[in-house]
Write a protein that binds this ligand. Structure first.
Ligand SMILES: Cc1cc2nc3c(=O)[nH]c(=O)nc-3n(C[C@H](O)[C@H](O)[C@H](O)COP(=O)(O)OP(=O)(O)OC[C@H]3O[C@@H](n4cnc5c(N)ncnc54)[C@H](O)[C@@H]3O)c2cc1C
Length: 400
């Protein structure tokens, strides 16, 4: 039954697991990466890649697809839906800090598939699909994982396991860890369309956060589609939310016209703010959505997961190849747990509040803070470095 004996088993080939596996494989570590679903997930979730993430992927030799097919967005926008007042932020102002002074807009599944294909080309790595982890046990020298395939059960022995198996992580559940936090009352409804919605607005960017007390929205462009994310009351059934009637209402309000819009995707998301109590238990480490979930406001979920993957990868290479102390993986936990809590959670909760809160104080507060940023170059630079995630990486590196 023992089918493989490797140094690292990576569970899940989403964007985070595939990057973790490729990083290790490129450093000569023997890696088995398994994915439960036949092709990997193809739904539209993350679309924004921030500058430090593009740098990490470029260093790994895996940024070609993003740089070739992704849309470069040096400028992004906050818009007040009622007054149509806009505030723009230009990442070229931090060109001295990064060789990629823009966000890249591209579907996350395209990156995940591209990285997994590169992984398959590595002689010391395997990437296999329709392999679902069902159980694990660990001892002093490693972990034994039991994996279900369409035809049989397989057993993989590894010195370390990386759980990159997403929000419902079996790795996390298997370790019986708590995942404290909260879930927003409203659902988030996401449509995609090839319709040129930019024609209905003055000066739309590729990334637009539109605040409104009744129906805030995020308008995002990916290479072939616009994505429109709106909140949906929890008391409306999923079937109603996905109906043509709801779709027509949303687009009628958005475009202020009765044009019939064809959608390519209609998806409902529950949005959580949660951080797992531990990122590491013995030889089992976790990265990405398996240990942290947050609102998509700011585009930090996948990006911070990729930052986890590289941080952990560096430590495992030191341990497995350069005689590094095994306690280094505890440093991974200290660094990434702290920035997840202090930056990603705090900032996404704040960003979401600013989008959804009503008139009065919240709106005035938002205008004042945007105006302050527009008028103060030093403050704006700090804001750009923070929102593009450079500051959180520096903060993590400073933790010993
Ligand atoms: C509407 C929306 C918009 C978003 N936009 C952004 C954005 O712009 N930028 C950003 O940074 N983040 C964004 N996010 C968050 C982002 O999508 C997630 O953070 C990201 O998908 C996490 O990647 P992951 O690889 O950790 O998990 P996943 O993408 O969920 O991948 C986990 C993989 O593990 C596999 N798996 C699960 N269980 C098993 C098992 N037992 N055995 C084997 N394989 C298993 C799954 O099939 C899956 O392929 C958004 C999220 C939403 C909902």
């Amino acid at each position: 039954m023992l089918t493989q004996d490797v140094e690292v088993l990576v569970v899940g080939l989403g964007p985070v697991g595939s990057v973790a596996a490729l990083y290790l494989a490129r450093q000569g570590i023997t890696v088995a990466a398994i994915e439960a679903v036949a092709q990997g997930a193809t739904d539209l979730r993350a679309s924004t890649f921030h500058a430090p993430t593009i740098e990490m992927l470029d260093d790994l030799g895996a940024a070609e697809l993003l740089l070739r097919d992704g849309l470069k967005a040096p400028v992004y926008q906050f818009r007040d839906r009622q007054s149509q007042e806009t505030f723009e932020f230009d990442l070229t102002e931090i060109s001295d800090r990064t060789r990629f002074p823009f966000r890249i807009q591209c579907e996350q599944h395209r990156l995940a598939q591209d990285v997994a294909t590169r992984l398959e080309e590595e002689p010391n790595a395997s990437a296999t699909y329709q392999r679902r982890l069902v159980f694990m046990e660990q001892d002093e020298s490693g972990v034994t994982a039991y994996v279900e395939t369409p035809h049989s059960m397989e057993k993989i022995r590894a010195r370390y396991v990386i759980g990159a198996d997403g929000a419902n992580s079996l790795v996390r559940k298997n370790l019986d860890l708590s995942f404290p936090g909260f879930t927003y009352d409203e659902k988030f409804l996401c449509f995609s369309t090839a319709y040129p919605i930019e024609n209905a607005f003055d000066k739309l960017c590729y990334v637009n956060y539109v605040s409104d007390p009744e129906e805030w929205m995020v308008l995002l462009r990916v290479p072939t589609l616009w994505r429109i994310l709106v909140p949906a009351p929890e008391n409306i059934s999923d079937a109603d939310l996905l109906s043509d009637a709801t779709k027509n209402d949303v687009f009628r309000r958005l475009l202020r016209s009765d044009t019939e819009i064809t959608t390519n995707h209609r998806t409902i998301y529950r949005v959580h703010q949660r951080v797992c109590e531990r990122f590491v238990m013995g030889r089992i480490c976790m990265v990405g959505d398996a240990v942290h979930l947050n609102s998509p406001m700011g585009g930090f979920g996948m990006n911070s997961g990729i930052h986890d993957a590289i941080n952990l990868g560096e430590k495992l290479v030191k341990i497995l190849r350069h005689g590094g102390d095994e306690k280094l993986i505890q440093l991974y936990e200290r660094q990434r747990h702290k920035v997840t809590t202090d930056f990603v959670q705090t900032q996404t909760i704040e960003n979401t509040r600013m989008m959804r809160e009503g008139w009065g104080n919240a709106r005035n507060e938002r205008r004042e803070s945007m105006n302050r940023l527009q008028n103060d170059a030093e403050l704006r630079r700090k804001f750009l470095l923070k929102q593009s995630m450079f500051t959180s990486l520096e903060d993590a590196a400073a933790i010993a």
